[in-house]
Design a protein around this ligand. Sequence first.
Ligand code: 6PG
Length: 250
Amino acid sequence: MEMKVFENPAEVARAAAQYWVSLKPRTVALSGGSTPRVLYELLSDPREPFRAQIAWDKTHFFFSDERHVPPDHPDSNYRMVNEAMFSRVPVPPENIHRIPAENPNAEDAAKAYETDLRKFFGEATPDFDLLLLGLGEDGHTASLFPHFKPTEGLVAAPWVEKFNSYRITMTLPVLNNAKSVVFLVTGASKAAILKEVIKADKKPDLYPAQAISPTNGAVSWFIDKAAARLCSISNSSNAAPESDLENKNP
Ligand code: 6PG
């Protein structure tokens, strides 16, 4: 597990962009929310080097999760990524695998997405070259919220009480089959949860982000100083033993 701390969200995004182009991923599962937007904008910015370094026509984009809304809804992860990246780069439409969250039946949307995944990856569990994830202030990641119930299959449609709505999300077996997982965590609001999540005593039922432990993949955390405020992360490039990750007193 590699944890690196950067000055601010812009530098987190730049480091993640450099990591992305170094990987040359052909399959990418994108995360939603607000944190990754700056990365998507950086990757697609013609004034930056990354746009020309990515083989957009050879890369297939998927979503680790989606809100149960149409693709033009302000809360849609697809809408965010389309505005920040897809609309600014030469990615073929057939390379964008959107979760059909406009389906009024969230379970049917999840089943349809599972069919899309199996059509692309075959019967084996998808093994994304790159999987981006965020961290919620309650310890969720993708749309695996505290006390989530593991489900059969590749995609689930959990009811999320706190949002009074369904989500559609890839399941742990898929997330943990990725070859490279990158958590992007920025902002002071994430300091408390990050301190909890990186502790050695794991409580994945309470903090689902702790359940992310790829079988054959690497996990990298790209964090800004504000989010790392309560932790002492020595930019370790190995599984950091507890001693390396002392928790500073707030
Ligand atoms: C979503 C994301 C979710 C997100 C975290 C962090 O659909 O919202 O997939 O898991 O990564 O909630 O969100 P922020 O980046 O907005 O803090």
